[in-house]
Design a protein around this ligand. Structure first.
Ligand code: ATP
Ligand code: MN
Length: 478
């Protein structure tokens, strides 16, 4: 018996008339003769030709959709259309049967909602195979990008006692017996009795700890899970998502924008090169889906064109103030088409505004800078105008915000003053403030939501479809 060869390698094989062993799951079986077998190494199936006249009928019956097979046979140039090679089986072994009556993934189109309810099996569809291979490449490319540039991958903690954004959307971490929570004399929860002796939560961002690393290692990045108990049932939010957060000493906001733009282009290019087949498949999928929409809502570009367009154009850079002027004068604002009309300076942009700027006005990715300090976090560097901070958000077509970042406030007095104004306890963050006490320096960083990047590159419409097992309100099944 020859060693197992993956289907991707077989389909690219220059040699034919060789003995091969192939293993995988049955995607389809037609005419008792042709098996479409897939092992996840590629979206393409290999065709197995069964000599049904000389095969035990009992075995033939067990070749059903979803069954796992090991096949020995000869790789030959294919006579049929649609494939260059196929395997003429000499020996078929059923590794695992699948009951065709009960197997949920049939060789037909299933809705994404249905597949989400069968997330444990949806990897076996062409769409999800493609998505998770692309996701894998993007993750690898992120590391490669930073490693090539001498960044240190820093593992920041998942359990923390700080809520970095002060947003209060955290999941508590405790090992209290929830039926018997220790209370103080005054009836409050006695966190001194808890595992860490204080209230703790799952991290919402690795940034604050990342900054500590950058203040010695110069260039660091984190890439880890992040948790937000936000009750937003949107197609852009998960309760558990992965975030990439570089933090770089001596960088200012322009360096920060350059780094983010370079990185996004690098990883998208990597996926385009590495996963050409998958992206072609996803492009076709999206084009089919677009056909179901009314003409005026259809995208002008295919997925592949969108990705190439993103690589070949500079991102548009402008300030929040300039963006507000554009939005105020925009047709949808004047015609009262926005759900949240733009009335004046100072309010946060909604995703409808972000998408107008990107998709209708500039028709390319946009970086907005210098937001009002009231709508941004305490650690962003204050501008001399007293009203704005050195923030940057990167907005992508179909997504809205994909990156949020800033140059950080490196001046201790300004930072403390802002924390006091915003009611953020300076004593609790003594360790963070120490970086400003001992050798502070200009620095900048950002957070890229990994799933939003995967959404963009795969052309999927819902963030729940680009992470293997999505966590969202009322859902943690698998
Ligand atoms: P949004 O306004 O879209 O909720 P945010 O301002 O809360 O985003 P940041 O705190 O700046 O986002 O986080 C950095 C990045 O993390 C965002 O640009 C986005 O890509 C991603 N992100 C934020 N919240 C989520 C979430 N709940 N699920 C998935 N990705 C997220
Ligand atoms: Mn948010």
């Amino acid at each position: 018996m020859s060693q197992r060869t993956k289907i991707k390698a077989l389909l690219q094989s220059q040699q034919t008339e060789i003995d091969v062993t192939v293993k995988g799951w049955v995607r389809a079986f037609r005419s008792n003769r042709f098996i479409a077998l897939n092992d996840g190494s590629t979206n393409n199936n290999i065709q197995i030709v069964v000599d049904f006249e000389n095969t035990d009928p009992a075995l033939l019956k067990r070749i059903t959709v979803g069954a796992a097979l090991s096949v020995e046979g000869k790789l030959i140039a294919s006579l049929g259309k649609g494939q260059t090679v196929e395997v003429v089986a000499t020996e078929i072994e059923i590794l695992g049967d699948s009951d065709p009556e009960k197997y949920p993934i049939q060789p037909k189109k299933h809705s994404l909602e249905f597949l989400r309810e069968h997330a444990h099996l949806r990897f076996r569809t062409s769409t999800f195979g493609a998505i998770f291979r692309v996701r894998n490449s993007l993750a690898f490319a992120v590391h490669q990008f930073f490693q090539e540039r001498g960044f240190v991958y820093l593992h920041t903690p998942i359990i923390t006692a700080s809520d970095a954004e002060g947003a209060g959307e955290t999941f508590h971490v405790t090992n209290f017996d929830l039926d018997n929570i220790p209370k103080t004399d005054t009836g409050e929860i006695d966190f001194k009795e808890d595992f860490f002796g204080r209230p703790t939560n799952l991290t919402v961002s690795g940034q604050l700890e990342g900054e500590l690393g950058a203040m010695a290692l110069s260039d660091i990045y984190t890439f880890g899970p992040t948790f937000r108990a936000e009750n937003s049932n949107t197609t852009r939010h998960l309760a558990e998502f992965w975030m990439i957060e570089p933090e770089v000493a001596f960088n200012d906001l322009v360096d920060n924008m350059d780094l983010a733009e370079d990185m996004l282009k690098y990883v998208i290019k990597y996926a385009l090169d590495k996963n050409a087949d998958d992206i072609e498949f996803l492009t076709q999928r999206l084009t089919e889906e677009e056909k179901t929409k009314p003409q005026n809502e259809r995208s002008e570009m295919t997925l592949l064109e969108k990705l190439q367009f993103c690589l070949n154009n500079d991102f548009e850079r402008l300030t929040y103030t300039e963006a507000i002027d554009i939005l105020k004068e925009s047709t949808p604002n004047k015609k009262k088409k926005f759900v949240y009309p733009i009335e004046g300076w100072g309010t946060d942009l909604q995703s409808e505004h972000e998408r107008y700027l990107v998709e209708k006005h500039f028709k390319k990715p946009v970086i907005l800078t210098d937001y009002p300090k009231e709508i941004k976090a305490f650690y962003m560097r204050q501008n001399d105008d007293g009203t704005t901070v050195r923030a940057m958000d990167i907005l992508f077509p179909g997504i809205g915000e994909i990156v949020g970042g800033s140059q950080r406030e490196e001046r201790l007095d300004k930072l403390e003053q802002r924390m006091n104004e915003m009611g953020i306890p300076t004593e609790e963050l003594w360790w963070y403030l120490d970086t400003r006490r001992f050798g502070s320096c200009p620095h900048a960083g950002f957070g890229l939501g990994f799933e939003r990047l995967v959404l963009f590159v795969t052309g999927m419409g819902n963030i729940r479809d680009v992470i293997p097992f999505p966590r969202f309100p009322k859902n943690a099944e698998f």
